[in-house]
Ligand binder design. Structure first.
Ligand SMILES: NC(=O)c1ccc[n+]([C@@H]2O[C@H](COP(=O)([O-])OP(=O)(O)OC[C@H]3O[C@@H](n4cnc5c(N)ncnc54)[C@H](OP(=O)(O)O)[C@@H]3O)[C@@H](O)[C@H]2O)c1
Length: 253
């Protein structure tokens, strides 16, 4: 039932305030998703998103507290969500911080925060998540990685390295879950116009949360394991990944 989008009735979003996540939920609710849990640092701020999703046709939208940095709360959070709403058909891992690269290169605290949220937080929450989904015997984990993690660029290597760790984590987890009924979809967008990138110069092939949402829906329907948004980035990144270091570091990326 979970192989088709119509089977995705219950969704948990970790990072419930993400604009990409909200665009994705609009698509899911337009199909058959009815129960949604939005997990974010300030649950009260998720109320407008919850109201919108209810107006679009969801029948139950709950908001819960989730801080990626509060790693000692993650086992309890996953248990609590499943106790409230039952089996999870799909979990969208959407939290993340871009940070300020110039600051991160000079300030250990700023650099560590990016790593703690994007990588350590993902490690911590993904373990109880995978355990519970394995017990259920079904479910899809969709994780918002980034092309930035495919090869660390001079201009954002702290963020890029955190996404490289996240991406590797979920690749391995996806492999470990083969045969369990649970699968992992890794999403590698390029530059997406959201509040995370507001005020930055768009990169080539910049895209929208809606385009990422459409790609996620297609990826879930098709049973994809990794997708790039836009798809042309797959080819671009394949070339860039293999460019010699001396050339790569001079590219205006
Ligand atoms: N925008 C892009 O160009 C782009 C490209 C590739 C990948 N991505 C990835 O896509 C994901 C979603 O990003 P977005 O573009 O939708 O940006 P966004 O709207 O800024 O969403 C990021 C979300 O992460 C949450 N978050 C930050 N720190 C957290 C913490 N410590 N604990 C829990 N939640 C935390 C934020 O919560 P608050 O609302 O509380 O701040 C926010 O809801 C991120 O993982 C990002 O790295 C984005």
């Amino acid at each position: 039932m979970q192989d088709a989008l119509g089977g995705v009735q219950t969704v948990l979003v970790l990072g419930g305030g993400s604009e990409i996540a909200l665009a994705t939920l609009r698509r899911f609710v337009g199909n058959r998703t009815r129960t949604i849990v939005l997990a974010g640092r300030e649950p009260e701020k998720l109320a407008p998103a919850a109201e919108e999703l209810l107006a679009l046709g969801a029948t139950r939208v709950e908001t819960v507290a989730f801080d990626a940095e509060a790693t000692d709360t993650h086992v309890g959070l996953i248990d609590d969500v499943i106790e409230r709403v039952g089996d999870l058909d799909l979990v969208l891992v959407a939290f993340g911080v871009l940070g300020d690269e110039a600051e991160a290169e000079r300030d250990a605290a700023a650099a560590s925060e990016i790593a703690r949220v994007n990588y350590l937080g993902a490690v911590s929450v993904s373990v109880p998540l995978a355990n519970r989904l394995r017990e259920q015997g079904h479910g899809i984990i969709v994780v918002l990685s980034s092309v930035a993690g495919e090869r660390a660029r001079r201009s954002n290597f702290v963020y890029g390295s955190s996404k490289a760790g996240l991406d590797a984590l979920f690749q391995g987890m996806g492999d470990s879950l083969v045969g369990s009924g649970v699968r992992v979809l890794i999403v590698r967008p390029g530059f997406v116009h959201t509040k995370m990138t507001a005020g930055l110069d768009p990169a080539p092939l910049a895209t929208t949360p809606e385009a990422v949402a459409d790609a996620i829906v297609r990826g879930v329907e098709r049973g994809s394991e990794v997708i790039w948004v836009p798809p042309a980035l797959r080819v671009v990144m394949s070339v860039l990944r293999h460019a010699p270091r001396a050339v790569f570091r001079k590219l205006p990326l």
